[in-house]
Write a protein that binds this ligand. Sequence first.
Ligand code: VGL
Length: 196
Amino acid sequence: MNEIEYDASTALLVVDMQNDFAHPDGSLHVGGGDDVVHAVNREIEKAEAADALVVYTQDWHPPVTPHFEKDGGIWPVHCVGDTWGAEFVDGLRVAGASVKKGTGGEDGYSGFTVRHPETGHETDTEMADLLEARGITRVVVVGLALDYCVKDTAIDAAELGLPTTVLMEATRPVDLRPGDGDRATEALRAAGVSLA
Ligand code: VGL
């Protein structure tokens, strides 16, 4: 067990716990991502019991986007909206709203902002408004993948001035390049995010 405690002004952000990342048959399967489901579910149960806010994110790409390698990007096709790969992974406890990101063909690494891969233009998602409407003052981030969406979501939360913690037992790196996970933990620390 970890030491994280939840209350009504805490938000648990459950990042991209989708088949393509978390299921062994997923197109961008993160090693150990399926193990993360149990750790994430435990946090969701703790959050629910404490009346904390639980918000999910889902990568939700169109079939053609410069985010994908076949269209000029770096990733295999993954999390195409309304396909199996974009659905929440089997067994995930779902107890709140989901913010879908990348729907307009952007890179959707952070739950707070999406970024056009060619122009670099950033657009806010509804996440910050959701947290503000509930008076959230503290954020816990879990899910996939540590070195992309978890990292960018946690750093954006910290930049909004919210004390932010990433729970390491409930995340894994995709490690596209060896060492990406380690670099992500350094970047999180440098941004003032706590690692638990
Ligand atoms: C992610 C790679 C590509 C993530 C999303 O959810 O961390 N990783 N797209």
